[in-house]
Design a protein around this ligand. Structure first.
Ligand SMILES: NC(=O)C1=CN([C@@H]2O[C@H](COP(=O)(O)OP(=O)(O)OC[C@H]3O[C@@H](n4cnc5c(N)ncnc54)[C@H](OP(=O)(O)O)[C@@H]3O)[C@@H](O)[C@H]2O)C=CC1
Ligand SMILES: O=C(O)[C@@H]1CCC=N1
Length: 271
């Protein structure tokens, strides 16, 4: 099994780290990245083969993971055209649809589009996946195996929904980190040390997420259970809702989805 990564940045690091931990052989993994620092980090951390240019990388891998920024993709894949054999191409790029990728890859049709997220770094990612009709079940299983190394996966039938996956779970960790930042800021204003604030904020988010995951009940009911009539939570939620926190989160997710579609049109729309 030969796996080639195009791009060795944040997400490639997360995926490769998870794959090596799950028993993929580092010797089977190749990465193309023009950055000497990125290559040194990957080689030192995981012992994978790193290449400065596509020309140095092996032809016809079993899997090619496209892990460059959407804006870098078209130029980055050009040197690989005609060298892919039957590779299953797994793109993790936001916005770019599979028809554009297929054109840029010289008509290659073995393409899976995916959207992981950064908790992949600790094996706790969630990835949405969809495939062109030309990808058979073995090809899909191969793509899924790579992404399952860093968390769970969900197949999406309609590619048009991939921008929505990006808006919810791809970008989602940033929304949660913003919430943690806000809790920590409040903790500091209430007199806690940074260490105390960090522990109180992070373990609250961890515990609440674990409870929501373990429960069959909707999040709204779990929220109501915390909210005693005339109590402290009610006072907090009143201010938060008045300030538009919930509406802001929903509107933000919709803006992320719109941006994904814009990126797709902007970068992939031409022939
Ligand atoms: N960050 C996230 O939370 C998520 C990101 N994604 C998607 O993952 C992809 C990668 O994102 P991320 O890892 O954050 O980005 P990074 O910028 O960290 O990684 C991209 C890497 O590709 C390198 N690169 C640039 N040009 C080329 C080239 N021609 N050939 C090979 N490598 C090249 C970059 O080098 P240099 O820095 O020198 O340009 C960089 O090291 C994006 O498409 C993004 O949409 C998906 C899910 C979540
Ligand atoms: O912000 C972005 O465009 C990427 C895609 C999902 C998370 N980060």
């Amino acid at each position: 099994m030969k796996i080639l990564f195009l791009g060795g940045g944040n997400m490639a690091n997360a995926l490769i780290g998870g794959m090596v931990k799950q028993g993929f052989a580092a010797a089977d993994i190749h990465v193309i990245d023009p950055g000497a620092d990125a290559r040194a980090r990957l080689a030192a951390s995981y012992g994978v083969h790193c290449h400065a240019t596509a020309g140095d990388a092996p032809d016809a891998p079993d899997v090619l993971v496209l892990a460059v920024k959407p804006q870098q993709m078209r130029e980055a894949v050009a040197p690989l055209v005609g060298r892919l054999g039957q590779a299953i191409v797994v793109s993790i790029a936001a916005g770019l649809d599979m028809s554009a990728l297929s054109r840029w890859l010289g008509g290659h049709r073995q393409i899976v589009r995916s959207m992981p997220n950064t908790p992949a770094l600790i094996g706790a990612g969630i990835t949405g996946l969809c495939a062109l009709p030309d990808v058979d079940s073995a090809g899909k299983a191969l793509a899924e195996r790579v992404l399952r190394a860093v968390g769970s996966t969900v197949w999406i039938d309609d590619e048009a929904q991939m921008d929505a996956v990006t808006a919810i779970s791809g970008s989602g960790p940033a929304y949660v980190f913003l919430f943690i930042e806000a809790l920590q800021q409040a903790a500091a204003e209430l007199g806690f040390t940074p260490a105390q604030g960090r522990q109180l904020a992070i373990e609250t988010v961890q515990g609440a997420a674990a409870l929501a995951a373990a429960s069959d009940e909707p999040a709204s009911l779990l929220r109501e259970r915390v909210t005693s009539k005339g109590g402290t939570t009610e006072a907090a939620l009143k201010v938060m809702l008045e300030r538009g926190v919930k509406d802001g989160i929903v509107a933000g997710c919709l803006a992320a989805e719109t941006r994904g579609r814009e990126l797709g049109k902007l970068l992939g729309g031409d022939a």
